[in-house]
Design a protein around this ligand. Structure first.
Ligand SMILES: [Fe+2]
Length: 201
């Protein structure tokens, strides 16, 4: 039986989805007026050998951008986040983790500094762990790369939608500078998730 958090593919670049019109964000960056400061959540992780950059997550505060997303990408728009990673040359990764609040993440990089998205497997464990080895809702970070094996690595093109199964362990490596993107949560029955399950289409 199909497990709704499982998927045949672990990621896919969705070239067919429309690009966000640039006038909905400011130049090549999302303008400060387009996201909220009030819910600014900043944090940094540490791994055993390196320190990650500060990561800022905000709600989007632009009715025009939200309306465009609703009309062109997902009528439901369960959750849309703006995420900024303040990467520098020696803090240039987003550590391996499993998402807590979403099964699938539809993402759009606003900067061309995004680096490589890497999907990992914990050695000796299944690719998808939620509901099998993790309590639901428990955050899961991996600060020891030696327990992980790399399964996929890809460089999402800027201004292009891509989706990942975010119940797989994933990280971003080799970020080239400040990384900005828009992230939409997708449930198992989002139309975009079908792209990860071609056998079901
Ligand atoms: Fe994630």
């Amino acid at each position: 039986m199909f497990n709704p958090v499982d998927s045949e593919l672990h990621y896919k670049v969705l070239e067919h989805l429309p690009k966000i019109p640039p006038h909905l964000y400011a130049g090549s960056w999302l303008g400060k007026e387009h996201y909220t400061y009030s819910q600014n959540i900043s944090f940094a992780y540490s791994t055993q050998t390196k320190v990650s950059p500060v990561i800022i997550t905000n709600d989007i505060n632009s009715p025009e951008l939200m309306e465009w997303l609703r009309q062109n990408i997902d009528t439901n728009l369960p959750s849309v986040l703006y995420r900024k990673v303040l990467a520098s040359s020696d803090q240039n990764f987003y550590p391996p983790h499993i998402d807590v609040r979403r099964n699938f993440a539809l993402m759009y990089n606003l900067s061309d500094t995004g680096g490589d998205v890497v999907i990992w497997k914990e050695k000796g464990r299944p690719m998808i762990q939620q509901g099998q080895t993790l309590p639901v809702g428990a955050p899961k970070l991996f600060n020891d790369y030696s327990v992980l094996e790399e399964v996929h690595r890809f460089s999402p093109p800027v201004h292009t939608w891509y989706i990942i199964n975010s119940q797989c362990i994933h990280s971003v490596e080799d970020i080239k500078g400040i990384r900005e993107g828009i992230h939409i949560s997708c449930g198992a029955y989002s139309p975009h998730v079908k792209a990860l399950n071609p056998a079901l289409v």
